[in-house]
Design a binder for this molecule. Structure first.
Ligand SMILES: *Cc1c(COP(=O)(O)O)cnc(C)c1O
Length: 712
């Protein structure tokens, strides 16, 4: 055996690594991990870094196996076929978008743990959106910032204090490539700010059939802006945020034009991206010689805005002097006085004390605006009514498209196999079909239960590895906690923020201890989440949970895991039995981690907020709390906590531990089947993208002329 074979294998694997499709095709991962499991973990599942580090002899050792070579060949062919496929949904239902693609702007994009430029749900949603557009054949260009240090990775010290670690991305090892111009030169744009012209490099990622471009301001290491705008996601002060958002929206729009992309639709994912509107208006004025108002009307006609916050105007606002400092060149191109520019971002255009609000700008200049669940739609219409004083609340033109998740990204491979065997071999292509999911009612309960037990065991093995690592790092005495493979395993993992109320569970520690200590019906809790570095109250919540988890009565029953990222999230949603969500209604606009759970036969237990308020039907999971919003949040918390424990004690635990003669829990399984059959077809991101295309994109691209104008 000599190195040409290793070379072949290496180039085959490199072809796979060259398109982020590997992040959601189940067959790619084992091709890497089976070469060297430890190295694969060490490089955080990054195939580019893996190939740079793996020695030839490891490749050769695998290459001698015909089954490995065949599997690799198969994966390459399937990638090529995927990319060449033309008979997809987009070609059939949205052919006009081929020439006028969607430009999708987002401050964070979560595609995979090896590209840490996301902090939580908003970014993961953006990544899932791009992936479903690829699967459906909806042409899309994502636009985001390449934060050279990304979002932090989290360690928790022995006192429960969160430590943030920032590491510079190694650009020779990220799964990205530089964007090139027609002559093969590196493409960059010169972006004018008030402090001078400033170069931005453009990187590119292939996301299946779609594209993502990433704006990188670190070309000139001396430039002071580098630290300012492109180092960390959500780092820095207001000035940093403003510069980041200016580069993201306005710079991103220019970057697309420099690549020859003429977007038919501009989709703004949250208010951070709204400066794309101003750049698009300026470009339209310059190209077509139109005055501001006419150019603005055109841009408005093709802009779609998705709002994600249920809390009002306090969000993402900038004072007038910062706006003038950084937007002056853009303002001059628009031919606007400072007052007129500021008025575009004020709820009351005449109120000179009002700061400039990004969501206000976005709402004013979008043809379609939407919230991310039905309940959030109602909250948003009430919240933004002031912008439409002549309308009644229910007429406010903000609709909703409920979020969904990209199933191939989030599903465990054993569960995917179960679906292939029991639903249909082509199930991933029919995610939005209710009849596909109804078939789950006819599948053997014991088969599905066995898969679930296997996934729980895999999760616990993963958790024990993590605990051992932390134990050794901190030099803690004794051995790390051992988990119980038969316990009802409850997951709580999301950003740590006050409104998400992770502490609700710990508000009655005696009751919790009693519940967890039951030997006949063991229960264990897995907890994970990052707090924003500047959010002291959130860090204190985390600290308190770590402190409780160390108490003897909770040892081995409450486990806190570090560094909640897409990798940990995947393990948790796949392996837990119950997924617990405790936000203070109505502050969770949608929530998506519970949707990831659905597809892994993990049951949801949640407050009736966000997506769950419309999804829960009494039998497809569990709800607690009254589904009301109290004026007094402490009263609301107390009542919700009492109901949380009642529901666990009276419903959840009995359902899980009542077993048939074969050891299978019939009531539990009935709920799982109902969860899949009622929720599967709706809460996936294919359905979400189809809703966006049919409800907003086609009209924005001028491809639909009939129908109801105005609101979504
Ligand atoms: C899905 C996901 C989230 C979002 O969870 P919510 O339920 O919306 O709070 C946050 N962080 C990570 C890493 C995720 O994968």
């Amino acid at each position: 055996m000599d190195s040409p074979i290793a070379k072949d294998i290496r180039s085959g694997l490199a072809e796979l690594a060259g398109n982020l499709r590997w992040t959601w095709s189940g067959e790619f991962e084992p091709l890497f991990s089976s070469i060297d499991q430890d190295l694969w973990r060490e490089v955080n599942h990054n195939p580019v870094a893996f190939l740079a580090a793996v020695p030839d002899d490891r490749l050769q050792a695998r290459a001698v196996e015909a089954t490995y070579r065949e599997a690799l060949q198969h994966a390459i062919i399937s990638l090529r076929q995927y990319l060449a496929e033309e008979r997809h949904w987009g070609r059939r239902y949205a052919p006009g978008l081929q020439a006028r693609p969607v430009a999708y702007f987002s401050a964070e994009v979560g595609l995979h743990e090896s590209l840490p430029i996301y902090s939580g749900g908003l970014g993961v949603l953006a990544g899932d959106h791009l992936k479903s557009c690829s699967d459906l054949g909806v042409p899309i260009w994502g636009v985001t910032i390449l934060y050279r240090q990304g979002y932090f990775s989290q360690e928790i010290d022995a006192d429960g204090e969160q430590q943030e670690r920032y590491v510079d991305l190694d650009m020779s090892r990220v799964p990205l490539e530089p964007a090139l111009d027609a002559r093969g030169e590196r493409l960059f744009i010169q972006f004018p700010t008030a402090n001078g012209v400033f170069p931005i490099d453009i990187w590119r990622a292939r996301v299946g059939r779609g594209q993502l471009i990433l704006l990188d301001g670190s070309r000139d290491p001396e430039v002071f802006h580098r630290d300012i705008f492109s180092r960390r996601l959500y780092g820095g002060d207001l000035r940093t945020r403003l510069l980041q958002e200016l580069i993201l929206g306005a710079g991103g729009y220019r970057a697309l034009l420099s690549l020859g992309v003429r977007p038919g639709v501009v989709h703004l994912n949250e208010g951070h991206t709204a400066f794309a509107i101003l750049e698009a208006i300026a470009q339209t004025m310059e190209e077509e010689g139109l005055p501001f108002d006419e150019a603005a009307a055109r841009v408005r006609g093709r802009t779609v805005f998705t709002t994600h916050t249920p809390v009002g105007a306090g969000h993402d606002r900038f004072p007038a002097d910062l706006i003038e400092e950084h937007l002056r060149p853009l303002r001059e191109r628009l031919g606007l006085s400072l007052d007129r520019l500021l008025a575009l971002g004020r709820m009351n255009p005449h109120d000179e004390r009002e700061p400039f609000s990004m969501p206000v700008l976005a709402l004013r200049f979008s043809h379609r605006s939407n919230a991310v669940s039905a309940l959030h739609g109602r909250t948003s219409r009430t919240m933004w009514r002031v912008l439409w004083p002549e309308l009644r609340t229910e007429q406010v033109p903000i609709g909703h498209v409920t979020n969904g998740v990209h199933v191939p990204t989030w599903i465990a491979s054993d569960m995917a196999r179960f679906f292939s065997d029991n639903l249909s071999p082509d199930w991933p292509k029919r995610l939005t079909h209710p009849d596909l999911w109804e078939r789950i009612e006819g599948t053997p309960m014991s088969g599905l239960w066995r898969v679930k037990c296997l996934l729980r065991a895999q999760l616990l093995a993963f958790v024990e590895r993590r605990l051992k690592t932390r134990h050794e790092r901190l030099g803690l005495p004794g051995t790390p906690p051992q988990l119980d493979p038969f316990a009802l395993t409850i997951g709580v993992a999301r950003r740590v923020a006050e409104y998400k109320r992770a502490a609700l569970l710990f508000s009655q520690p005696e009751r919790l201890a009693r519940l967890l200590a039951d030997r006949e019906r063991p229960v264990q809790l897995l907890f994970a989440g990052k707090a924003h570095p500047q959010d002291r109250p959130a860090k204190d919540i985390l600290k308190e949970i770590v402190r409780l988890s160390a108490e003897p009565r909770f040892a081995s029953r409450i486990v806190v895991l570090e560094n909640h990222d897409m990798n940990l999230a995947r393990h948790l949603v796949q392996g837990c039995d119950l997924w617990l969500n405790m936000p203070r209604r109505p502050l969770e606009a949608s929530g998506t981690s519970g949707q990831k759970s659905v597809f892994n036969a993990t049951l949801n237990m949640s407050v009736l907020d966000g997506w769950w308020a419309e999804a829960f039907d009494g039998g497809n999971g569990y709800a607690f709390g009254e589904g009301l919003t109290h004026a007094d949040p402490l009263l609301q918390d107390r009542r919700d906590a009492a109901d949380l424990f009642d529901t666990l004690e009276r419903q959840v635990i009995p359902d899980f531990f009542e077993r048939g003669p074969d050891g299978v829990p019939p009531r539990w399984m009935a709920r799982i089947r109902r969860s899949l059959s009622t929720l599967g077809w709706r809460y996936n991101s294919d359905r979400m993208v189809i809703d966006y295309v049919l409800g907003a994109y086609l009209r924005a691209a001028g491809l639909l002329t009939s129908g109801r104008p105005g609101s979504a």
